[in-house]
Design a protein around this ligand. Structure first.
Ligand SMILES: Nc1ncnc2c1ncn2[C@@H]1O[C@H](COP(=O)(O)OP(=O)(O)OP(=O)(O)O)[C@@H](O)[C@H]1O
Ligand SMILES: [Mg+2]
Length: 257
């Protein structure tokens, strides 16, 4: 099971990338079983997927009980997940599964939510439930410190604008992942919202300046996000060949790794 963890500073384009990548992976490989998880307590991925607020009728993964302590409880947990959290969606006509971690209007500590997400990901992995799981996470690096991704084979996607404030955050995320020994596969996606990446050299200079050594890196140009905001991912990709090519390259890289 390939777990693709999308990280970066606030507003870097994590959710946008999560929706684009999920669509392209599903389009290229209709037989793959795919789950998309909104792992951000603010839960905005559904908007990028064109789903509106309907998802809130379902139980967040973070409220899964009981916690896994033995095999029996793990089985119960999976049953509950399938019954209450799992949402069958169609992203621009492509079927896939969706769930969200949540943390709405509660005094409860955030740890339990992350723990529930971690246990779920482990169970899904163990049961080979999906071929690909895309997890859109909250801004910053705190999510890494909660040991949600114990497998070094996970893909950590560092999403960033070509600017110092955004690069300094992915540098922190990258270094924290190094210390934790998780997610050896690092992919850097420069989401060029500022339009400041004029050539490959601009990107290389930043990568070098911050001492990053990603397994590979890609650039997504500034795009017209009108269609994306309506969840019309397919139309957005078709109307922008450069965007389509860039997201296809990222998907191909991950699938062949
Ligand atoms: N390549 C791009 N070109 C132009 N606008 C973009 C691009 N990528 C994302 N955006 C826009 O930037 C804004 C932030 O994007 P998005 O919500 O995907 O970021 P995020 O990293 O998920 O933010 P958050 O940290 O709040 O979860 C959105 O309005 C989105 O439409
Ligand atoms: Mg987001």
């Amino acid at each position: 099971m390939k777990k693709i963890i999308i990280s970066g500073k606030g507003g870097a384009g994590k959710s946008t990338l999560a929706s684009l990548l999920s669509f392209v992976i599903a389009e290229k490989n209709p037989s793959l079983k795919m789950l998309v998880i909104d792992g951000d307590a603010s839960s905005t991925l559904a908007l990028s997927l064109g789903m509106g607020e309907d998802f809130k009728k379902y139980m967040p993964v973070g409220e899964l009980r009981p916690r896994v302590k033995d095999e029996r409880e793990e089985e119960n947990n999976m049953e509950q997940f399938k019954e209450k959290c799992l949402i069958k969606i169609s992203l621009a006509g492509l079927p896939m599964d969706f769930a969200y971690m949540g943390h709405h209007s509660t005094k409860e500590c955030f740890c339990g939510y992350n723990e529930a997400l971690s246990l779920l990901l482990n169970s899904l992995d163990k049961n080979n439930s999906y071929d690909v799981v895309v997890v859109d996470r909250e801004a910053g690096l705190e999510h890494l410190t909660r040991n949600v991704y114990p497998s070094s084979s996970d893909f950590l996607v560092l999403t960033s604008w070509l600017s110092d404030d955004y690069f300094s955050v992915i540098k922190e995320i990258n270094d924290t992942a190094d210390i934790l020994g998780s997610t050896k596969n690092r992919l850097l996606v420069i989401n060029d919202i500022l339009g400041s990446c004029k050539s490959e050299k601009d990107a290389k200079d930043y990568i070098e300046k911050y001492g990053l050594k990603p397994s590979d890196w890609f650039v997504i140009k500034r795009v017209d996000t009108g269609l994306l905001r309506q969840g019309k991912v397919d139309q957005a990709l078709k109307s922008d060949k450069e965007l389509e090519l860039a997201v296809n390259k990222i998907a191909e890289w991950i699938l062949s790794a």
